[in-house]
Design a binder for this molecule. Structure first.
Ligand SMILES: *[C@@H]1O[C@H](CO)[C@@H](O)[C@H](O)[C@H]1NC(C)=O
Ligand SMILES: *[C@@H]1O[C@H](CO)[C@@H](O)[C@H](O)[C@H]1NC(C)=O
Ligand SMILES: *[C@@H]1O[C@H](CO)[C@@H](O)[C@H](O)[C@H]1NC(C)=O
Ligand SMILES: *[C@@H]1O[C@H](CO)[C@@H](O)[C@H](O)[C@H]1NC(C)=O
Ligand SMILES: *[C@@H]1O[C@H](CO)[C@@H](O)[C@H](O)[C@H]1NC(C)=O
Length: 450
């Protein structure tokens, strides 16, 4: 009876919410087509010139103009409760995500020319980006200070340990920032690489026998990536199983940083235990459009449960810190292949930019699934944390390579059509702050586990 009342009461709202979701899906199926090349060829190959069929109209600006925050508050209260429960009754923890970007006159920790491991497309300085204002901001949480990155301290924390970044090109971007930060203390030695475009790589810092690696897995769960070469335009995801390429190496990892999300925006078919649940952006097929939010939640649920399960079932395993870096919003203003797709030179001011529905939803799912995993599986030497960067990232439209994803893009004057990367981050750049917070998280972890 209660259920009936509840449903009845909520019908108009639920209906509205569904409509809203459909609109969002429609919008975000357009953007992925535009971004397809960025993500499919995230390592070196400059994406082929997209032709008219791949160029959306100004999808991201219309997305922002239709965004409201009405629906983001509806079911987020349970997560705060879980987070509270999980806290040890020591002094209150600093909420690193609650803060703002403040001007900072100091120089970046490393230079684009000094660090050898920056991928070309993110090396904005080397590619001729002329403005440097974006380098002079620091993230300042309200409740605490984030100390400047201390590479020696970081290396001590991972001495005789293995830190792995697992995910898509955002995971790789964060890893490359960390390598540059650490290289100011000691040069990493590349000891392993594999896969198309070196999607699997491992480095050792000999001084501390510290291992840092990156493993490609844009869904975390089992999946077959779409590929234009084979005419497969949809990803295929198997939501009940994790991707063994990384999972089989879990035992040897002490700190795991998962970072995924953007690949979930792409057209896909979703299966669970042999049943097709539906698809995303598949009008030519006879499947139900189910969007990607619920699927994303399932994939994280599967992933974090499996990490716990394997941790608990492997007797000799040491303690492990599992971090999920939350969704990092893109900043396209209009078409991705038009000049000035992310032209801002400064962060947004507080209150200037609302988080869009999709970004907020992806973040919420991640934060909630991490809280649920901590609640289920913590306490046996396994710790889950969300590295909640969504707001930090949202406020930094100035930190992307934009046209400088290619070297000297204006060498022949401004062109009408130019490809822009408004998703990944310049190195050095805002993403270095993710790793400053990661260091604090690891300090807290080691401090508390002593
Ligand atoms: C875009 O590519 C499609 C598929 O290869 C092709 O059919 C179409 O003619 C192209 N359009 C333009 C404007 O080049
Ligand atoms: C941390 O601050 C952010 C931004 O104000 C907020 O959304 C989030 O809920 C806070 N997290 C916790 C655990 O209180
Ligand atoms: C070096 O680090 C690895 C973990 O990455 C560890 O398994 C190994 O035992 C360490 N070697 C020594 C000599 O401590
Ligand atoms: C599409 O699916 C529906 C429901 O499963 C089914 O009734 C219908 O026959 C299918 N249409 C085609 C063309 O396969
Ligand atoms: C997570 O997975 C478990 C076990 O497979 C399932 O019982 C639970 O309902 C799932 N939760 C969500 C939110 O999908």
């Amino acid at each position: 009876m209660g259920t009936h009342l509840y449903h009845h009461h909520n019908t108009p709202k639920t209906h509205h919410l569904l409509l809203k979701k459909l609109i969002i899906w429609a919008l975000y199926t357009i953007i992925p087509l535009a971004l397809l090349h960025l993500y499919l060829f995230p390592l070196f190959s400059p994406p082929p010139q997209p032709n008219a069929t791949l160029s959306p109209s100004s999808s991201s600006s219309s997305a922002s103009s239709t965004t409201t925050t009405t629906f983001t508050s509806s079911s987020s209260s349970s997560q705060a409760g879980i987070a509270e429960l999980k806290k040890r009754p020591s002094r209150p923890r600093c909420n690193y995500s609650d803060g703002q970007w403040v001007r900072h006159s100091g120089e970046p920790r490393y230079s684009g020319t000094g660090c050898k491991t920056i991928k070309e497309g993110q090396n904005c300085m080397a590619h001729g980006r002329p403005d440097t204002g974006y380098l002079h901001w620091r993230w300042q949480p309200k409740q605490c200070a984030v100390p400047a990155f201390d590479p020696a301290a970081f290396l001590r924390l991972i001495e005789n340990r293995h830190l792995a970044f697992i995910g898509d090109s955002m995971a790789r971007n964060q890893l490359e920032s960390l390598l540059c930060l650490l290289a100011t203390a000691e040069e990493p030695e590349l000891v392993y690489r594999d896969g198309e475009d070196n999607k699997f790589r491992r480095w050792v810092f000999r001084g501390r026998n510290a291992t840092v690696s990156v493993l490609w897995s844009p869904f975390l769960v089992k999946g077959v990536e779409k590929s234009e070469a084979t005419g497969q335009y949809h990803n295929n995801l198997y939501l009940e199983s994790v991707n063994e390429r990384w999972a089989s190496e879990l035992d040897g990892m002490d700190v795991v940083v998962f970072s995924v999300g953007h690949w979930y925006l792409h057209p896909a078919f979703y299966r669970e235990n042999g049943v097709v649940l539906g698809c995303h952006h598949c009008p030519e097929f006879n499947y139900t459009e189910i969007g990607f939010f619920d699927v994303f939640r399932k994939a994280l649920n599967t992933t974090l449960r499996e990490v716990s399960r394997r941790h608990d079932s492997s007797p000799g395993t040491s303690e492990k810190l599992v971090v999920v870096t939350t969704f990092s919003p893109a900043h396209f203003e209009g078409e991705w292949d038009k000049a000035g797709a992310c032209p801002k030179k400064e962060p947004y001011k507080e209150g200037e930019k609302e988080m869009e529905y999709m970004d907020a939803e992806m973040r919420k799912i991640e934060v909630e699934e991490v809280a649920a995993a901590a609640e289920r599986g913590g306490g046996k030497g396994l710790r889950f944390e969300a590295l909640d960067v969504t707001k930090m990232a949202l406020m930094r439209p100035d930190g992307h390579p934009g046209p400088y994803m290619h070297p000297n893009p204006f060498a022949n004057g401004a062109q009408e059509r130019m490809q822009n990367d408004c998703v990944h981050w310049c190195l050095p750049g805002p993403i270095d702050s993710w790793n400053e917070i990661l260091l604090e998280m690891m300090r807290r972890w080691k401090g508390e586990s002593k």
